[in-house]
Design a protein around this ligand. Structure first.
Ligand code: ZN
Length: 127
């Protein structure tokens, strides 16, 4: 597996994209500031990009899910169900994708700078 694929695979398994270390989440909605294994800064500098990625991924997933319901039930889509399901999905989807988007954004940052030392402004280490 290439380094880039490993970065994204680790992020999608909710592990540190840099080293694969576990326990990078304090709980589902809070990531540790630093990886407990390699000490890479996980939260600093990644908030805005991760939020944009989270919004994009969760809204695309929600729209695809709703579109699939409409297509499968056409010509009589369940409009009554969709009226409450759409707002619920729009709230739940970003919560479900939140830790993935944070770690995938760290993986994107590391993939865009192969061979570079982590940016001390963004990925500072405490060593
Ligand atoms: Zn790590």
């Amino acid at each position: 597996m290439s380094r880039r694929n490993a970065l994204f695979a680790r992020a999608l398994m909710l592990r540190c994209p840099h080293c694969g270390g576990r326990d990078v989440l304090r709980h589902w909605l809070a990531m540790r500031e630093h990886c407990p294994t390699c000490d890479l800064a996980l939260a600093a500098g990644n908030r805005a990009g991760a939020y944009i990625l989270n919004l994009f991924a969760s809204e695309i997933a929600a729209v695809l899910f709703i579109f699939s319901i409409v297509v499968r039930t056409w010509p009589n889509p369940p409009y009554g169900t969709l009226q409450w399901l759409v707002p619920v999905l729009m709230v739940i989807a970003p919560l479900v994708f939140y830790p993935f988007s944070k770690l995938v954004f760290v993986a994107i940052d590391l993939a865009l700078h192969p061979g570079a030392e982590p940016d001390p402004q963004v990925h500072e280490t405490r060593r």
